[in-house]
Design a binder for this molecule. Sequence first.
Ligand SMILES: NC(=O)C1=CN([C@@H]2O[C@H](COP(=O)(O)OP(=O)(O)OC[C@H]3O[C@@H](n4cnc5c(N)ncnc54)[C@H](O)[C@@H]3O)[C@@H](O)[C@H]2O)[C@@H](O)CC1
Ligand SMILES: [K+]
Length: 524
Amino acid sequence: MKVASSNEIRLLDKEAVEKYGISHEILMENAGAAVARLILHTASEEDTVAVIAGPGNNGGDGLVCARHLASHGMDVHVYLVADPERLSELVKKNLDRVALANIPVEKVTEKNVEELQDVLPFYDVIVDALFGTGLTRPLEGVYKEAVEAINDSGSLVVSVDIPSGINSDTGEVMGTAVKADFTVTFGLPKIGLLLYPGAEYAGEILVSHISYPRSLIEDDRIKVETNDPLYPPPRQPDTHKGDYGKALFIAGSKRYYGAPMLASRSFLKAGGGYSRLATVSSIVPFLAIRAPEVVYEELEETSSGTISYRNLEKILKLTEASDIVAIGPGIGLDDETARLVLELIPRINKPLIIDGDGLTILARDTTILSTRKYPTVITPHPGEMSRLTGKPIEEIKKSRLKTALEVAQKLGSYVVLKGAHTVIATPEGKAYINLTGNPGMATAGSGDVLVGAIAGMYGIGYGFEEAVRMGVFVHGLAGDLAAESIGMDGLTAVSIMNFLPRAMKELRENFERIYNENSLPVLV
Ligand SMILES: NC(=O)C1=CN([C@@H]2O[C@H](COP(=O)(O)OP(=O)(O)OC[C@H]3O[C@@H](n4cnc5c(N)ncnc54)[C@H](O)[C@@H]3O)[C@@H](O)[C@H]2O)[C@@H](O)CC1
Ligand SMILES: [K+]
């Protein structure tokens, strides 16, 4: 599903009105009715409801919701945190309708806002209609106190469009924000609902299309989507290992032999055919016991036990006989090895995944990517992204989507910016927000499994972009299945890897269920 920024949703809104004759009044009516529908499905008709309405159209949606709930016989009160004299005509019209329906309206100001702390706990349900996509600055004063009263109430909280206080484009908390149990979002989901911390504040997200024409919902101008799964290419009965990809992993050093093992083995666990690992000779005997299915190419070592520059031609030769190459996991940061990596990257004429230490080395000179003739994907976590861009980690965390898109365009590479709800950006300016995965996966080696999973998806026959997307999806799904089976606390990279076959089986056999469980539900 497409995911919109606040500007894009304004544009769609404008087109719905101007091009399709769907007035703003209709959209607001549909929006408020959708929230009411969710409450009627979720709560009982005897429940009491408080609608906290702000100064803009978000508040207007809340007023419509109040009227629909009252018409179902629910006991509804409106708390208007706005000056009734300064409302737009449409919101004013809906406030009048609320009054005509005999729904009590209380005006909340700096003077009486404290009372919300006392009254809100008595309501079963609170509708948060303070601010939506029109939020422009941090919440202060009466608004801040209203949000705190909502959060302290202990009631079921339903946010209208987006939790008030969340920035709809970045997911940032603007001063303070409502912690919702449910969010009903209109037209399309907003970026800030899917990026953290917004995603955590939103609770369960439901999308209501509020009668937008389909052409707007699927508008090509919107470049961000949720990373919905794509059905896997079939495995034919009459096939051999070469049909599922030949991957080469250039990885490992004397100090790090978990990373190369996890990457090269995860490729096979995800369905890839033939896995070769080019690594320093001294660790091969240990690895061969842990990963006997992998074919080892022994390399000469530097004095610090990393891959020596002397292997340059040998490695290039190995890449020629491969379909996809991954470089970097556990390779270390020795200067000689760095020189090798920087020379290899532009000369590997195969699709390439760069991860881990490979990224730290790449950060010395990212221009080497510009001459590559085959697609490249880099898979940084925010720390590695900070090295690649020179931006502080905190800034990257606040602008994950924007940063991933900028870097993808600048480097002409695919970018997988890892973290909760990993962001995938393409060199053409598209982006996908991934919804699989869980906090248990923040564990050492998880990224190495991801490298293998992406290579594996390419091996089984997805195109490069699809393989990047599906590698991220399946890695998260494997982590979710592992967490379901053994819990999040003891989740290690090996357990994520070991659940890759199950993830693929689920994807093949229960595609629809997996799709539905890992995409945003539409409220009908
Ligand atoms: N665009 C659409 O497609 C639709 C939008 N609708 C609703 O309209 C909302 C957007 O409406 P608006 O653009 O009126 O925006 P909001 O309702 O989010 O609020 C905007 C108002 O709040 C003020 N404001 C912003 N930040 C503030 C702050 N920190 N403290 C105090 N005041 C602040 C602004 O000056 C403006 O007056 C959406 O979130 C949605 O709920 C729906 O009515 C249906 C259709
Ligand atoms: K809201």
